[in-house]
Ligand binder design. Structure first.
Ligand code: PMP
Length: 428
């Protein structure tokens, strides 16, 4: 496959942009090759600047649940653009989006729009601290919650891929308030509560871990987490930036049937535009300025164009619940096909699936948490990634990321990918 134009662009990009990219995993550095530069996408397909077509299993890392350039996103956008792109004053559409989100997530009695997932988690933590008057928070090793200082401690996603789970530039003063527990291990949480009595403002968790590959939650662990935080007066934050409107319309909290105190959202709620949101119990959200003393603001928050694309997407998802059943069917198909290939070829790998979220790990250690994930053979993943790319499948360019499906992926797309997966495994 010829990727000459991408290669040239990357050399040029590296002169002006750190690593040639505006977000680290895009660099394809961990899979040891220059990245593909994208020209456009349509449905489940993405096209690079050299004209190569790939079935896209990244989908912008989650936002594009209806695939690329779906007309659904764009309905009424021309008219909205003509009215103006930003006012720095409230608009009716913000109320509509807030209403839709609070209806889908009953635990979010009030919601504030921001411009990214990072802003959402960062703000939610500030609110939890303001509400409780406590300093410390608990997060889980391998969970990624964006790049705010206090959350770049034993983090996931690109931080794992590039070996900087705790970023430099995070001061010891900040890091000391971030306590780290082990995902799916309630004893590790209990120990931190015992060591820091009355000091923990919040526990933030990905209800289905999606930034160390995909690690399904243990239901008892999640239930106990709810019980402990409730008993301790600690704010339980579900970071549903990936799972929100993806796992189900009502997110992981609907699937697990557990009500967190606060929730963070991102990705899908902007329909491909830069949007995030945080919200929760009314008494907690009442601490946010101008109602209360926790300050949080944004010039472009609730941007009318972003809100319109978000509203279009969410309304479509609300009215088409079959999107979720079809995506899960496709995830099951992918799981069964990949599993069969792994058995046939004898490669040390396994498929993990939780509803529509899947990941192919190159290890035979059962995936129940961070330690198991870290036994994966990243060199094997690199070879596999390249074979898949050359066969026309854009997989996440790192082992520690999940596969993202969209409503635009067809059974035929999945079947071709399964056949390519077999060939890729055979070459390992
Ligand atoms: N939380 C989770 C669970 C995420 O997966 C991400 C991004 N992948 C974020 C927060 C940060 O979102 P953003 O990249 O929009 O800042």
């Amino acid at each position: 496959m010829n990727r000459e134009k991408s290669e040239k662009l990357f050399i040029e990009a590296e002169k002006y942009i750190p690593g040639g990219v505006n977000s680290p995993v895009r660099a394809f550095k961990s899979v040891d090759m220059p990245p593909v530069f994208i020209d456009h996408g349509k449905g489940a397909k993405i096209y690079d600047v050299d004209g190569n077509e790939y079935t896209d299993y990244i989908c912008s890392w989650g936002p594009l649940i209806l695939g690329h350039a779906s007309p659904v996103y764009f309905e009424g956008i021309q008219e909205a653009l003509q009215k103006g792109t930003s006012f720095g004053a409230p608009t009716a559409i913000e109320v509509e989006v807030a209403k839709l989100i609070t209806e889908a997530y009953p635990s979010m009695e009030m919601v504030r729009m921001v411009s990214s997932g990072t802003e959402a988690t960062m703000s939610a933590l500030r609110v939890a601290r303001g509400y409780t008057g406590r300093d410390k928070i608990i997060k889980f090793e391998g969970c990624y919650h964006g790049h705010a200082d206090g959350l770049l401690v034993k983090s996931g996603s690109g931080t794992l891929t590039f070996g900087v789970p705790t970023s430099s530039g995070v001061t010891p003063g900040t890091a000391k308030d971030t306590l780290v527990a082990t995902y799916n291990d309630i004893a590790s949480v209990k120990a931190l509560f015992a060591e820091n009595p009355g000091e923990i403002a919040a526990v933030i968790v990905e209800p289905v871990a999606g930034n160390m590959g995909v690690v399904p939650p243990d239901l008892d662990f999640m239930k106990e987490l709810r019980a402990i935080t409730e008993a301790e007066g600690t704010v339980l934050i579900y970071d549903e930036v990936i799972t929100g409107f993806r796992l189900a319309y009502g997110g992981a909290q609907e699937v697990l049937d557990i009500k967190p105190d606060m929730t963070t959202l991102g990705k899908i709620i902007g329909g491909g535009m830069p949007v995030g949101a945080y919200g929760g119990r009314r008494d907690i959200m009442a601490t946010v300025a101008p109602l209360g003393g926790v300050y949080q603001a944004g010039t472009l928050s609730g941007n009318p164009i972003a809100m319109k694309m978000g509203l279009n997407t969410l309304t479509y998802l609300r009215d088409h619940p079959e999107v979720y059943t079809e995506m899960e069917e496709n995830a099951k198909l992918l799981e069964a096909g990949f599993k069969a290939n792994i058995e046939k070829t004898g490669v040390k790998a396994q498929m993990v699936r939780f509803k529509g979220m899947t990941c192919c790990f190159f290890t035979d250690v059962p995936i129940d948490g961070y330690a198991a994930v870290m036994t994966s053979d990243t060199k094997a993943y690199t070879k596999y990634f390249k074979s898949m790319l050359d066969a026309g499948n854009l997989m996440p360019p790192a082992q520690f990321e999940g596969i993202f499906l969209s409503a635009a992926h067809t059974k035929a797309d999945i079947e071709k990918t399964i056949a390519d997966h077999y060939q890729a495994l055979k070459k390992l």
